[in-house]
Write a protein that binds this ligand. Structure first.
Ligand SMILES: CC(C)(COP(=O)(O)OP(=O)(O)OC[C@H]1O[C@@H](n2cnc3c(N)ncnc32)[C@H](O)[C@@H]1OP(=O)(O)O)[C@@H](O)C(=O)NCCC(=O)NCCS
Length: 158
C-alpha cells in the first residue's frame, strides 16, 4: 500500500533514510522542510502494515523530480521501487509534468541500473554535486501524455 506522508511520518522516513543512505541521508530538518514544501510530495510504501520504502518528489511546472527514493535492504528486488516510481510518474503526468528528472551518484550502480530498467536516459553530469564531492548523473524520462499518444496514433493511420 502506498500512502501520502505528512509531518507525523518524519520518524518513519528518517529511519528508512538512515538505513538506506547512512550518514549521507537527509537530516530530520531537511525531511520536515520537504514535507512542508507545497511543491513537494512524499509517499510511504507499506508491506503488511510496515513501512519499507519512501519516495520524495518535487514539481516545477513541466519538470518533475525524484528527490529521493529508498527501499529497506530486506525488501529490495521485489518491485517496491518500481511501484513507487510508476505511481510517481502517474501523479506527475496527471499534474501536467512533461518530464521526470533525477540525480544519481555516478558510483551508485544499483540505482543507475534501476533507473535504466525503468526507461531513464543519461542527460548530463554534475561535477561535485554532492556535499562530500562525488559527481552525479542527471537522468530523465519523458512522461508521455495519453492524449498525445492517441493523436499520434490517429495521425499515423490517416
Ligand atoms: C534503487 C532502489 C530504490 C531499487 O528498489 P527495489 O525495490 O529494489 O527495485 P525493484 O525491485 O523495483 O527493481 C527493478 C529493477 O531494477 C534493477 N535493479 C534493482 N536493483 C538492482 C541491483 N542491485 N542490481 C542490478 N539491477 C538492479 C533490476 O533490473 C530490477 O528488476 P529485476 O529485479 O526484475 O531484475 C533500492 O535499491 C534502494 O533503496 N537503494 C538504496 C537507496 C538508493 O540508492 N536510492 C537511489 C538514490 S538516487
Amino acid at each position: 500500500m502506498i500512502s501520502r506522508a505528512n509531518v507525523n511520518d518524519v520518524p518513519i522516513i528518517l529511519r528508512i533514510e538512515r538505513k538506506c543512505f547512512g550518514r549521507r541521508g537527509f537530516s530530520k530538518a531537511h525531511i520536515i522542510w520537504i514535507l512542508k514544501n507545497p511543491a513537494a510530495m512524499t509517499y510511504v510504501y507499506s508491506h503488511q502494515e510496515r513501512p519499507v520504502g519512501t519516495i520524495m518528489l518535487k514539481r516545477d511546472l513541466d519538470v518533475a523530480r525524484v528527490v529521493s527514493i529508498a527501499v529497506l535492504p530486506g525488501h529490495r528486488r521485489r518491485g517496491v521501487g518500481t511501484e513507487l516510481m510508476a505511481m510517481a510518474e502517474d501523479i506527475m503526468r496527471e499534474q501536467g509534468a512533461k518530464v521526470m528528472k533525477l540525480e544519481v551518484n555516478v558510483n551508485n550502480d544499483t540505482a543507475i541500473n534501476f533507473y535504466r530498467h525503468l526507461g531513464y536516459d543519461f542527460d548530463g553530469i554534475l561535477k561535485g554535486y554532492y556535499s562530500w564531492g562525488e559527481d552525479a548523473y542527471v537522468m530523465g524520462k519523458t512522461l508521455d501524455q495519453e492524449e498525445d499518444s492517441e493523436v499520434d496514433c490517429i495521425g499515423f493511420r490517416s
